[in-house]
Design a binder for this molecule. Sequence first.
Ligand code: BDR
Ligand code: CA
Length: 325
Amino acid sequence: PVPIWLDCDPGKCQDDLHAIILARFHPKLKLLGISAVHGNTSLPNTFKNASRILKACGSTDVKVYAGAEKPILRTPENAAYIHGETGLGGSDLIPDADESIMDFNVGGVQAMADAIINSSEPVVLAAVGPLTNIALLLLTYPQAKKNIKEILIMGGGFGLGNVTPVAEFNIYADPEACQVVLNSGVERIVMVPLNCTHQSSYTREHQEKFTELITPINPNFARMINELTDYVRQKYVSWGLDPNSISWHDPIAVSHCIVPEAFEDVEMNVTTVFGHGVQGEGQTIGDPIMRHGKKPNCVVVMKMKDEAFFKEMFTAWEIAAKSSI
Ligand code: BDR
Ligand code: CA
């Protein structure tokens, strides 16, 4: 299996939850650790939520660490007010945080650096929240770069946004960090933007299939995930979005390293619009033409096959259901 580190902000939309399940349970991946970052909700919440999700899935051997509580320059963007107090609302089957899998002594950025530097094989560094921890890692521990197989980012939008017409949440929440990552010189950076993730939706038909397949394995796990999903569907209605087309952005990005053949990638030179109050802040600008000697710094994933992603997700759900409490 490929060693993977997951940096995430579990809360809103529940998609980080499914990224955790995929990274932890897919047989082609070996999850080394999880770092939490500010984002969908506050850092104390994302830190606890990551532990609650692992606990709910019966995983006790992977540790969770707390990273940055704020973006590098701006004030946190987190939307705790929308997502209920913990940012992980909707099911009382989600257990409380398990402190035995939370590391309170080592910071998230240091833990990530240690895991990458000490890994016998290059590590996939998957980032599905704002990029603050990743930027801090690359600036503080440049020696980790050579053992990074790729930085796999869920973020960005090319001509698309979900916070502003041009900016996607993870980049908007810390555009300065994104620019640090893009300038880092890491050989392979893969960005999975909204253009790609919007091509997939977890429909009610998928949910029916999930219920049929997972309930006989573990009815509690099936109920928990379905309650969380129904909660997100209600939120979609209140946000004026179609509740039948939920996008699981974060696990889609993670699945790129499991089934790269299900995606279409374009090499580009990508920059971020940063600076507070600047028009278009948080926008990602992709230049596929690269005139005047510009070099590609990023692989941008523009297309995906929805069912190929769900095949891998169902594999992970099934395994998680077996070990889940
Ligand atoms: C991204 O923003 C977050 O709210 C989701 O978890 C995902 O990482 C989508 O724009
Ligand atoms: Ca996320």
